[in-house]
Design a protein. Structure first.
Length: 586
């Protein structure tokens, strides 16, 4: 009996001890699960915020001109979930509480009830004009320990309960009063490295380190941001190319693809935007987004002619002018002065009184259509914009309202011709005179009328400006350095017009795009022009050194061999190809 009782007691003690151990283990697991759930929710919300450029962000009055940009932390005491409105240029201000309200998430807490903390890389916080956030921007945060990570753009922390203060041994982290924003009161093993930080990680929390960490790497972020950027290129950049084609009947020459930062490595660039001028020798390359060109009228060029209607037009003279008083035109432009003479019809009949002959003369200018042509430089190597016909100044015929239009044409060198065409109202005058042996003038009508037309200058498209409402984000964040541009030869200046996929494909009349998204119309081999967004570097798929002049450091598959005019949209595993094609036309 005593032995049996002893055995029962021993078994009971064992089961109780085992139950207590399991309860403690279950508690640790539960806390870890709660922490990880909150951290992953915060990570997803931050990535969605960086990739989202519309909707609720606009509703909340936030700027959406920096896809991939992340908010500053919440450094308020007490925290309100709103990113620091003053920015976070100082390193200490880039570590704080998660700005949950700014990113549109819940007020996420860790298993101990503490608000989550958050750190952002110095080159990834939203700051247009200072930070260039694109596929080549590397994260500058680092994590060491059991889960090391580099190229980190942001980190989310579950700080856990207060433990030993690593900066003051023997004391507990003080989280009251002014210490509410003190980094060391919440996070352990934080080391400032230059203008950024190195953090640490461990497998399980301990008495000296209990931070739970989730990182957002550049790969994590850009996997979501690049599709959004491609969509914005289609919405915001593609229309500028379509407008250019509608005005000049061609697409501008591409700029040469070259190393954006010759002789150096790293994310910064020294190839200025002014170097992005089109080259007549190129059919593929980069967008000609130079903002440094003017469009002077070719000296002495210009012609005036009558292409329909009843009248006689003088050759006229055309010159550049610095200003004009001809409403509605203002500013500099190109001015042509000429005369138009009516067609005079004379009839005669005997005079009833006093003998002689009475002549009746009718002066007629019947709906004359005037065509002016003038040469202009640099049009084919940049984004040039024709002046609107409504801005042309006309000193016109009496009681005449022209119906105008402007069109452009380009040569194989990129030079342009601006054509202004206007149809004027008819003018009829008649009168009579008694005379013998000569043709009388027409009383009340001039035999000639003087006309002066002032065409404003060709101007630079706003696509090149960081201030442009549609394209500003593309220029300011230098996405144009990762956007390839290809044009069918027939659709370039001097190419003669639309390409034809029906011709022998060996002639490379049109571009072909494989794996096209379903929303593009078939076939895939009739494309005039395309844009290809190169995603981030894919180790093993393309090169690992950027910037460079090597296409294989940016593009994969068919896109790395553009000479055959065959391209491909990303399909399949994003670790092997991440290029995204935007078809400009058709």
């Amino acid at each position: 009996m005593l032995a049996l009782l002893s055995l029962i007691l021993l078994l009971g003690a064992y089961f109780i001890a085992n139950a207590l151990t399991q309860t403690s283990s279950d508690l640790v697991n539960t806390r870890e699960q709660r922490n990880m759930k909150a951290l992953l929710q915060a990570k997803a919300a931050l990535i969605a915020y960086a990739a989202s450029t519309e909707g609720w962000q606009n509703y909340k009055g936030q700027t959406t001109n920096q896809p991939g940009g992340l908010p500053c932390p919440d450094r308020d005491n007490p925290p309100d979930g709103i990113a620091n409105p003053a920015g976070c240029s100082a390193a200490v201000n880039r570590v704080g509480r998660l700005p949950w309200s700014t990113i549109g998430s819940d007020d996420l807490r860790d298993a101990s009830g503490e608000p989550l903390w958050y750190a952002v890389s110095s080159n990834y916080y939203k700051n247009v004009g200072v930070n260039d956030v694109n596929s080549d921007t590397q994260g500058l945060l680092t994590v060491t320990g059991t889960a090391p990570a580099s190229n980190v753009v942001a980190i989310v922390f579950a700080p856990g309960p207060a433990i030993q203060d690593s900066t003051t041994p023997g004391t507990t982290q003080n989280r009251s009063g002014a210490n509410a924003t003190r980094i060391a009161s919440y996070l352990e093993s934080v080391t400032q490295t230059g203008n950024d930080y190195t953090f640490s990680s461990n497998a399980l929390p301990s008495d000296t380190f209990n931070d739970r960490v989730v990182t957002i790497t550049q790969a994590d972020l850009m996997t979501a941001v690049e599709p959004a950027v491609a969509a914005r290129i289609e919405r915001d950049i593609k229309p500028y190319l379509q407008t250019y084609y509608s005005q000049w009947n061609a697409y501008p020459f591409p700029a040469k693809f070259a190393n954006p930062n010759p002789g150096t490595t790293g994310p910064s660039s020294t190839r200025l935007q002014s170097a992005y001028a089109g080259d007549p020798s190129q059919t593929t390359g980069l967008l000609p987004l130079t903002a440094s060109l003017a469009y002077p009228w070719t000296s002495g060029s210009g012609a005036v002619g009558l292409i329909s209607g009843t009248a006689t037009v003088s050759a006229g003279t055309c010159n550049t002018v610095s200003s004009s008083g001809d409403t509605p035109s203002t500013g500099s432009g190109w001015q042509c002065t000429f005369t138009i003479s009516p067609a005079v019809t004379v009839t005669s009949r005997p005079s009833r009184f006093g003998g002689g002959t009475r002549f009746t003369a009718t002066a007629t200018i019947a709906n004359p259509t005037i065509l002016l042509q003038g040469g202009v430089s640099n049009v084919g190597i940049s984004f040039a914009v024709l002046p609107s016909a409504s801005t042309v100044g006309n000193k016109i015929l009496p009681s005449s309202s022209p119906t105008p239009s402007t069109i452009g044409a380009l040569t194989s060198s990129g030079a342009g011709t601006v054509k202004y065409q206007a149809t004027y109202s008819s003018l009829n005058c008649s009168g009579s005179a008694t005379a013998t042996g000569f043709v009388p003038s027409v009383p009340g009508c001039s035999t000639t009328y003087s006309l002066r037309v002032t065409v404003p200058d060709v101007t630079l498209s706003t696509i090149t400006s960081t201030a442009d409402a549609a394209a500003g984000w593309f220029i300011a964040n230098e996405w144009f350095r990762q956007t390839y541009y290809a044009v069918a030869p027939k659709c370039l200046p001097g190419g003669g017009g639309n390409c034809s996929a029906a011709l022998n494909p060996c002639i490379f009349q049109c571009l072909t795009v494989k794996n096209m998204p379903s929303y593009y119309a078939s076939p895939n081999n009739n494309k005039f022009a395309i844009l290809v967004l190169a995603g981030r570097v894919l180790p093993g798929a393309n090169g690992t050194t950027r910037p460079s002049s090597n296409l294989t450091d940016y593009f994969e598959g068919e896109n790395s061999t553009p000479a055959d005019f065959i391209f491909e949209h990303r399909a399949g595993t994003p670790t092997s190809i991440n290029d995204r094609v935007v078809v400009v036309a058709p």
